[in-house]
Design a protein around this ligand. Structure first.
Ligand SMILES: CC(C)(COP(=O)(O)OP(=O)(O)OC[C@H]1O[C@@H](n2cnc3c(N)ncnc32)[C@H](O)[C@@H]1OP(=O)(O)O)[C@@H](O)C(=O)NCCC(=O)NCCS
Length: 118
């Protein structure tokens, strides 16, 4: 049974601006594994990746019904790609029973999360 759904969309220009201003922004959003992946990317792909993870984590928090806060921080959530490229969700290092999809265009990134009952 579906337990919750969440959707989020983020403007790339806003994320690029915040990321350029201070590296603390990406450190607040990305886990250490995600940061390592980000550091290997170049230019626009970095912004896409960061914005996609930001949207994914907000979408996950909405699917849980908590939003981002004490119960569910950005760093509690990890989105790691399988070898095929398909993203998979982890919460506090445990695999999450659910589904995630991320997309980007020239201007925005968006993500959808569906959580299943355990
Ligand atoms: C829920 C959350 C993710 C909303 O994100 P947001 O980007 O402010 O707002 P969005 O436009 O994406 O989403 C708003 C909608 O989320 C939904 N929502 C709000 N709280 C929710 C919750 N606990 N569970 C599920 N959905 C929720 C509502 O439907 C809301 O729209 P409405 O008020 O018109 O009904 C919230 O926890 C949040 O504000 N996170 C931001 C955390 C942060 O630190 N951001 C700054 C980084 S620089």
């Amino acid at each position: 049974m579906i337990q919750g759904i969440g959707l989020d969309i983020v403007e790339l220009e806003r994320v690029a601006r915040l990321d350029k201003r201070n590296s603390k922004f990406r450190e607040r959003i990305l886990s250490s594994s995600e940061l390592q992946i980000y550091e290997k990317m170049s230019g626009h792909r970095k912004t896409e990746y960061l914005a996609g993870r930001f949207a994914a984590k907000e979408a996950f928090s909405k699917a849980r019904g908590t939003g981002i806060g004490q119960d569910c921080g950005f760093l509690d959530i990890e989105v790691i790609a399988e070898p095929s490229g398909r993203p998979a969700l982890y919460f506090r290092r445990q695999p999450v029973k659910g589904f995630i999809s991320i997309t980007h265009t020239q201007t925005v990134a968006a993500a959808q999360v569906i959580l299943m009952e355990d």
